[in-house]
Write a protein that binds this ligand. Structure first.
Ligand SMILES: Nc1nc2c(ncn2[C@@H]2O[C@H](COP(=O)(O)OP(=O)(O)OP(=O)(O)O)[C@@H](O)[C@H]2O)c(=O)[nH]1
Length: 262
């Protein structure tokens, strides 16, 4: 039986930017031109195989209309990741996105992972937001950014896959050699549940930035050196810390927490 990990993610953004359409494309591979505005919020799940595990996304799609704004904290508070969406053809929606980022930073979970989606990239001939602006902004807040089209199914899978390397999974993987009840096993299991991450090779180059989120020590910067051990395994060492990352393609990624000073 494959082990399942769960990830709670919420979608935020102005009304009409395409949040529900993105979720609908991801979960049902469907696009509806006449989709209705969300009332309150809606919930969907999708489970995707990844290596020898299953990743279950628990997705809260919030309503973008101003009258529902006060409900949003109920959804982002329990989330490990937030996908904040703007419409590349509407500059206003990019301003709204920045307000969401500010709100998340002030009131959201401390380590929430943020991903920015510039939706409706099928309409790039009438774009108002240059990709460069979005990239610069994303970099300034340490978020992933990708342009998507729910309509033409562009970068939707990639958007969700992009979140997974930098999230601490809310449900640890309970498989493998450790036996429940054994002192050694439970200690190791605890370690895994707080420190193990998934790695998707496509985003490997961005991992340096993600380390700032993941690291138990905020002074840790991106790793100084990457060393490739095999086609599938990399090691990253920090300049001044004993933190070591081991990354396996489509396999688990572990961040060894530096030992506390004696
Ligand atoms: N051209 C194009 N239209 C899209 C795309 N995604 C969504 N739309 C359209 O944009 C409109 C709004 O989409 P929704 O998914 O309801 O937007 P939303 O952000 O969930 O809106 P609220 O529920 O009010 O917050 C609909 O008419 C969609 O068909 C896209 O990628 N390309």
């Amino acid at each position: 039986m494959m082990a399942i990990r769960e990830l709670k993610v919420c979608l935020l953004g102005d009304t009409g930017v395409g949040k529900s359409s993105i979720v609908c494309r991801f979960v049902q591979d469907h696009f509806d031109h006449n989709i209705s505005p969300t009332i309150g919020a809606s919930f969907m799940t999708k489970t995707v195989p990844c290596g020898n595990e299953l990743h279950k996304f628990l997705i809260w799609d919030t309503a973008g209309q101003e009258r529902f704004h006060s409900l949003a904290p109920m959804y982002y508070r329990g989330s490990a990741a937030a996908v904040i969406v703007y419409d590349i053809t509407k500059q206003d929606s990019f301003h709204t996105l920045k307000k969401w980022v500010k709100e998340l930073k002030e009131h959201g979970p401390e380590n929430i992972v943020m991903a920015i989606a510039g939706n409706k990239c099928d309409l790039s001939d009438i774009r108002e937001v240059p990709l460069k602006d979005a990239k610069e902004y994303a970099e300034s807040i340490g978020a992933i950014v990708v342009e998507t089209s729910a309509k033409n199914a562009i970068n939707i899978e990639e958007l969700f896959q992009g979140i997974t390397p930098c999230v601490f999974w809310s449900s640890p993987l309970h498989s493998g050699p450790q036996k429940a009840g054994s002192a050694d096993g439970s200690a190791r299991r605890r370690k895994r549940s707080t420190l193990s991450l998934k790695c998707n090779l496509r985003f490997l180059h961005e991992l340096g930035d993600f380390l700032r989120f993941m690291s138990p020590d905020p002074t840790l910067g991106p790793p100084r050196k990457w060393k490739q051990w095999s086609n599938q395994t990399w090691e990253a060492k920090h300049a001044n810390q004993p933190a070591v990352l081991l990354i396996e393609a489509h396999g688990p990624l572990y961040l060894k927490k530096p030992e506390p000073p004696p």
